[in-house]
Design a protein around this ligand. Structure first.
Ligand SMILES: [Zn+2]
Length: 538
C-alpha cells in the first residue's frame, strides 16, 4: 500500500471531486478522499506531496511510439531553415557511413524555408552521391530521396503513380526525388530495418521521453508486427513502463493478416492492448495531400489525394469491425472527412450493433464541411484531434484553405457543442509529445513562442475540457474507461504529480508544467528529484 497525501488531487471522477489523500493498493486506487478519514497502518509508505496538484495520468490519443523510437536511430532534420542546410548535414553524415549504407532521417518542413518549395534529389545527390538517402517530411506524408535511393526502389521515369500516391516528376518526366503518400512505400520497402537490440533500446528511450513529458500512455495510430515484437520483448523483461492502446496499421498487410486471424490481443498486465485498426483516407495539409472538396487556394489544380478507393475503405472497415476491432480512420481534408463519415455510416448499416459499440474514430477531423460537424454525434463517431497541429499550422493554413474553409478547421468548440467528446493527442513525432503543450494549445489557441495572435478564439476549450481530452475522454476513446481516465476507486493508479496546478496557474504557464513524479499501476516510473521537495514521510 502507498499513501499519497497533502496534495490537491483532481480525481476527475463523475462528481469532479478533489481529494487530499489517495491510497493505492495492488496497482489500483483504493481510496480517494480526506486524510482524516483513512487510517494508515504503521510501516506503510506515505508520500507527502507538499500541496502539489495531482492529475490522472495523461494519455496521448494519437502518437507514434515506433516512429519516436526510430527517430532516435536516424538523422533528425527538423528545424532546418533551408534545403541546402539539410543537404550539408546529410553530407557530414555520409562521411561517417560506408558507401552504399542508407542514410534515413525525418523532420524536414519546406514551410520553414525561403520560398517554401519542395526539395529535389539534386541537392542530396551532390551531398551524398554514393549512399541511398531517404528523408521523411515532418508529417510522415512525403519522403525526399536522392538518385541512389530511387535506384534502390526501382523508381524510374516509367514508374506510374500508385493509388493514393505521387512520384513527383519534372518537366521532362524524370522523378524529382519527392514521393508523396503511398509512393513512399516504393523506397520504404528497400530501406533496412534497425537491428532488434538497437530498436528495443530506442523504444525504452522514447518511453522515457514520454514519461518525462507527463504521459502515462498513448494510443499508437498504426503499429506493425516489427514494433509489436519489440514491445512484447520489453514487457516480458519488465522494461515497458507505459500503456499503449495500439491500432494495427492497415498499410502493413502482414500485420493486418496476422491480427485479422488472431483477433484483438492484450499483452502483459494491460500495458499493450491491440484492439484497433488504423486506416488512412487522405494525405496531409502540409504536403497538399489532404483531400478537399474544392481545390487548394495555393494550388488551383489540386484537390489532394485519396489514399484508398472508397469501396476498399468500406470493405476494410466492415472487416475490422466484424472482427472486434475499433476502426480509426485518418481524415484531414473536408472531402476525406465526408467520405469517411459516409463509409462508417454504410458500415454501421451493415453491422449495426457491433459497429456502434466499437466507437469508430476519425483521426485528425481537421477540416470539416459545416454539414459534417453534427454527423459525428449522430453516428456515434469520435473525433480524435491534435490541438498543437492548429497552432503549428495557423501560419500557413489560410494560404492553403482560404478564410471560408477555415471556419470548419480545427473546430473543437463547434464539435463539443454538438455533444461529442474529443480524444486529444499530439501525433508525435510530428509534434512534441508533451501533453501540456496540447492542453495549452486547446485552451489558448496560440503558439507557445510568445506570438500573441490568438486564432479563432471562439473555438477554444476550457481548461476542464482540455484536461478531459487527455484523460477521461481518451479512456472512453480506447474502451478503457473502466480502468483509466480518472482516479476514482477501482481504477488503475496511473497519475502524475505536477510542478504547477493546470487549473489554477496563469494560462501562459500551462505549457511549462512537467511531472515531478509519475506512477503507472502504483509504481513510480519517473521522478525529478532535483526540483521535488516532497519527502517520503514514513
Ligand atoms: Zn499520425
Amino acid at each position: 500500500m502507498t499513501v499519497l497525501t497533502n496534495a490537491r488531487i483532481y480525481t476527475l471522477d463523475a462528481a469532479g471531486s478533489i481529494a487530499d489523500t489517495l491510497v493505492v493498493r495492488d496497482g489500483r486506487v483504493a481510496y480517494a478522499g480526506r486524510r482524516g478519514d483513512v487510517s494508515v497502518p504503521a510501516g506503510e509508505r506515505v508520500l507527502d506531496l507538499g500541496g502539489r496538484a495531482v492529475l490522472p495520468g495523461l494519455v496521448d490519443a494519437h502518437g507514434h511510439l515506433m516512429y519516436l523510437a526510430r527517430g532516435r536511430l536516424t538523422l533528425d532534420v527538423g528545424g532546418f531553415t533551408s534545403e541546402e542546410a539539410i543537404a550539408s548535414r546529410v553530407g557530414e553524415t555520409a562521411a561517417t557511413v560506408a558507401p552504399g549504407g542508407w542514410i534515413s532521417g525525418r523532420g524536414w518542413d519546406q514551410n520553414l524555408w525561403p520560398g517554401a518549395q519542395f526539395p529535389t534529389r539534386a541537392s542530396l545527390d551532390r551531398a551524398a552521391p554514393r549512399h541511398p538517402v531517404a528523408l521523411v517530411r515532418i508529417d510522415g506524408h512525403a519522403t525526399w530521396v536522392n538518385s541512389a535511393a530511387l535506384r534502390e526502389g526501382d523508381i524510374t521515369r516509367q514508374t506510374a503513380d500508385p493509388t493514393g500516391g505521387i512520384v513527383v516528376k519534372d518537366a521532362v518526366g524524370e522523378p524529382t526525388g519527392l514521393l508523396i503518400d503511398t509512393a513512399q512505400r516504393l523506397v520504404q520497402r528497400a530501406e533496412p530495418m534497425p537491428p532488434e537490440e538497437r530498436f528495443d533500446q530506442a523504444v525504452r528511450e522514447a518511453i522515457a521521453e514520454c514519461l518525462a513529458a507527463g504521459l502515462t500512455g498513448l494510443h499508437e495510430m498504426g503499429v506493425t508486427l516489427f514494433a509489436i515484437a519489440a514491445y512484447r520483448r520489453l514487457v516480458e523483461r519488465g522494461q515497458f513502463p507505459f500503456r499503449n492502446s495500439a491500432a494495427v496499421a492497415a498499410r502493413s498487410e502482414e500485420t493486418w493478416d496476422y491480427y485479422r486471424e488472431r483477433g484483438p490481443e492484450i499483452i502483459g498486465d494491460g500495458q499493450i492492448v491491440v484492439r484497433a485498426f488504423k486506416l488512412l483516407s487522405d494525405g496531409a495539409l502540409g504536403s497538399r495531400g489532404a483531400a478537399l472538396h474544392s481545390p487548394y487556394c495555393d494550388d488551383p489544380d489540386n484537390r489532394g489525394l485519396l489514399l484508398i478507393p472508397p469501396e476498399e475503405l468500406e470493405r476494410l472497415t466492415v472487416e475490422a469491425m466484424a472482427r472486434g476491432f475499433q476502426v480509426c480512420v485518418h481524415a484531414i481534408g473536408d472531402r476525406a472527412n465526408t467520405l469517411t463519415l459516409d463509409t462508417i455510416e454504410r458500415a454501421m448499416a451493415r453491422l449495426p450493433g457491433e459497429a456502434r459499440a466499437s466507437r469508430p474514430r476519425v483521426e485528425h477531423a481537421q477540416i470539416l464541411a459545416e454539414s459534417d460537424i453534427p454527423r459525428f454525434r449522430a453516428l456515434g463517431v469520435l473525433p480524435s484531434m491534435q490541438a498543437t497541429h492548429c497552432t503549428s499550422d495557423m501560419a500557413w493554413a489560410v494560404d492553403r484553405l482560404g478564410p471560408e474553409r477555415l471556419k470548419g478547421a480545427y473546430a473543437w468548440r463547434s464539435l463539443l457543442d454538438t455533444g461529442v467528446t474529443i480524444a486529444g493527442g499530439s501525433d508525435f513525432p510530428v509534434e512534441n509529445p508533451n501533453p501540456f503543450h496540447g492542453i495549452y494549445a486547446s485552451v489558448a489557441r496560440r503558439p507557445r513562442n510568445g506570438d500573441d495572435r490568438g486564432w479563432q478564439p471562439e473555438q477554444r476549450m476550457t481548461r476542464e475540457e482540455a484536461v478531459q481530452s487527455f484523460t477521461a475522454w481518451n479512456a472512453h476513446a480506447s474502451h478503457q474507461e473502466a480502468d483509466l481516465g480518472s482516479l476514482a476507486p477501482g481504477k488503475r493508479a496511473d497519475l502524475i504529480v505536477c510542478s504547477d496546478d493546470v487549473f489554477a496557474c496563469p494560462e501562459e504557464r500551462i505549457a511549462e508544467i512537467h511531472p515531478l513524479l509519475t506512477m503507472i499501476g502504483g509504481e513510480v516510473v519517473h521522478q525529478r528529484r532535483e526540483d521535488w521537495p516532497c519527502a517520503e514521510a514514513g
